[in-house]
Design a protein around this ligand. Structure first.
Ligand SMILES: [Zn+2]
Ligand SMILES: [Zn+2]
Ligand SMILES: [Zn+2]
Ligand SMILES: [Zn+2]
Length: 499
């Protein structure tokens, strides 16, 4: 999911010229680079927090999850099903009416397809059905076409068909067959259809809520022009299904706009592997260009390597030349490979058990297993290890489920320094972590700490999230509440002091 056109032509087709005019209004332009294909450039300066571009999806669908969502605004309250096809949900008549032009044909097709086929309807199949129907509706001018909302932009997206494995192609063909049976469109071949599934796989974005939980999928052909960097100057967030790209750094005129396609916490080798596997390219961002250099070797050894056996030493370990162990770069102490392997094996079996237990919803048992994993990881890994960070994230999640607020706060605080190390100072996950911390502190009556954490959360999230959403209004309200309470306490203490 989520991606970009790496292999596209270097000459701008007419559709890109129309788009160029629309983008000029935002202070942006589409350019091409020899190695990366299309890219988005700023034609003016942008400050942190400023919206660079926002785009409604060409097509979108909510996820199949236990939390039902409105097909248009993705809200999850007051939902009613389409009475005819029984597939989409709407939060009210406003959203249903706004969606009707696009849903009408889909509804007829779904009713005609019969209950059995409707039951096999996955979000991806629906996305494809909606893609063809929107193309048809725009072609027949039933719904308007704009410079940023037209099928030609979808055609410009790459499909990476030549790099896809046979097994995947067979699956796409099966999915394409189902789409054809439902839509009965005469002009779409199985091959075109399969190609479009591949396009969706490379380009569709996972739509997340303000807390970065996935809620749906959408195709945003203009946002897809933005290239990836492991140290991006912008961030992609969603407000309902609207994609909003905001600057997190100062972006000066003439600079390329970048977002990150992946979770950036990890060594350069790990990030590069993920990008290659999911997006089929080799990243050449400034972080990745440091691969193999002293700083990068050290950082990788800290994030994914081992702890020094000497308890008071926090040095990082590098594989010894004799290949029998790892040597601490600070104190010279050698850690034996066999001893490392023994702990690693024990950890692996515990981790498998923990994730199974967590998936089954048995939070109490999952908590005990993760708590057994933590000291083992502390013994094996560096104290800034990503694995340790993930264990603590799981424990935080579990303790929140178990409503053990004190326990949750302990882990929330343990995670913060790890996040501060792996993420830049303006990053949505860091902001959200401060927010969780602040909420827990408030709940536990630690007003002063809550005020500090919520202030930090607002400082970050007002840049990454803006201030318009209900989520942010809620956070700003909590901050005011904490401020008022802290001021009140201070006056009370002052009053007592002056008696
Ligand atoms: Zn709605
Ligand atoms: Zn319907
Ligand atoms: Zn990179
Ligand atoms: Zn050491």
């Amino acid at each position: 999911m989520l991606g970009v056109s790496w292999a596209c032509a270097l000459i701008l087709p007419p559709v890109m010229e129309d788009l160029g005019e629309a983008l000029a209004a935002f202070g942006l332009t589409v350019s091409t680079t020899p190695d990366k294909g299309r890219c988005l450039l700023a034609t003016r300066d942008f400050s942190p927090g400023e919206v660079i571009i926002s785009q409604e999806p060409y097509v979108s669908v909510p996820n199949n999850s236990s939390t039902l969502r409105c097909d248009r605004c993705f809200m999850s309250s007051n939902l009613k099903k389409c009475s005819a096809c029984q597939i989409p949900w709407y939060c009210g008549s406003t959203c249903q009416k706004l969606e009707w032009k696009e849903h009408k044909l889909e509804c007829q097709a779904l009713v005609g397809a019969g209950k059995e086929r409707r039951n096999h309807l996955t979000p991806t199949i629906r996305l494809m059905i909606r893609l063809y129907l929107k193309r048809k509706l725009q072609k027949e001018q039933i719904i308007p076409t704009t410079a940023m909302d037209n099928y030609s932009l979808v055609e410009e997206l790459v499909d990476h068909m030549s790099e896809i494995e046979e097994k995947q192609l067979v699956l796409y063909a099966q999915m394409a067959n189902l789409v054809n049976m439902i839509l009965k469109l005469p002009d779409v071949s199985i091959k075109d259809n399969a190609q479009n599934f591949s396009k969706l796989a490379c380009n569709a974005h996972t739509i997340c809520d303000s807390e970065l939980r996935p809620i749906g999928t959408g195709l945003y052909p203009v946002v897809s022009i933005i290239n990836h960097s492991c140290a991006p100057n912008s961030v992609l967030m969603f407000e309902g299904r609207l994609a909003v790209v905001r600057a997190v750094d100062h972006i000066s005129k003439g600079t390329e706009v970048f977002i990150s396609y992946i979770e950036t916490a990890g060594s350069t080798a790990t990030r590069q592997k993920t990008l290659k596997e999911q997006y089929l390219f080799t990243c050449t961002c400034p972080c990745c260009m440091k691969v193999g250099l002293q700083d990068d070797v050290q950082e990788s050894a800290i994030l994914e390597g081992y702890q020094c056996l000497n308890g008071s030493c926090n040095g990082f370990l590098i594989r010894n030349t004799d290949d029998k162990g790892f040597i601490c770069q600070k104190c010279g102490c050698i850690r034996n490979k066999v001893e490392i392997q023994e702990i690693a094996i024990e950890l692996k079996s515990l981790e498998d058990m923990a994730s199974r237990t967590l998936a089954s919803g048995n939070y109490q048992d999952a908590c005990s297993i993760y708590k057994a994993i933590e000291p083992l990881q502390l013994k094996l890994c560096h104290s800034y290890s990503i694995d340790l960070m993930r264990t603590r994230e799981n424990l935080l999640k579990i303790l929140m489920e178990l409503q053990d607020w004190n326990g949750a706060l302990t882990y929330c605080r343990l995670i913060l320094p790890l996040y501060q190390r792996v993420y830049p100072s303006i990053h949505p996950l860091l902001g959200l972590q401060y927010y969780t911390c602040g909420k827990l502190e408030w709940l536990l009556g630690e007003t002063k700490s809550a005020l500090k954490s919520l202030t930090k959360a607002v400082d970050i999230l007002r840049i990454t999230h803006g201030t318009n959403t209900t989520f942010m209004k809620d956070l700003l309200f909590r901050l005011e509440e904490a401020r008022a309470e802290a001021a009140y306490r201070k006056t009370s203490i002052d009053a007592i002091g002056s008696v």
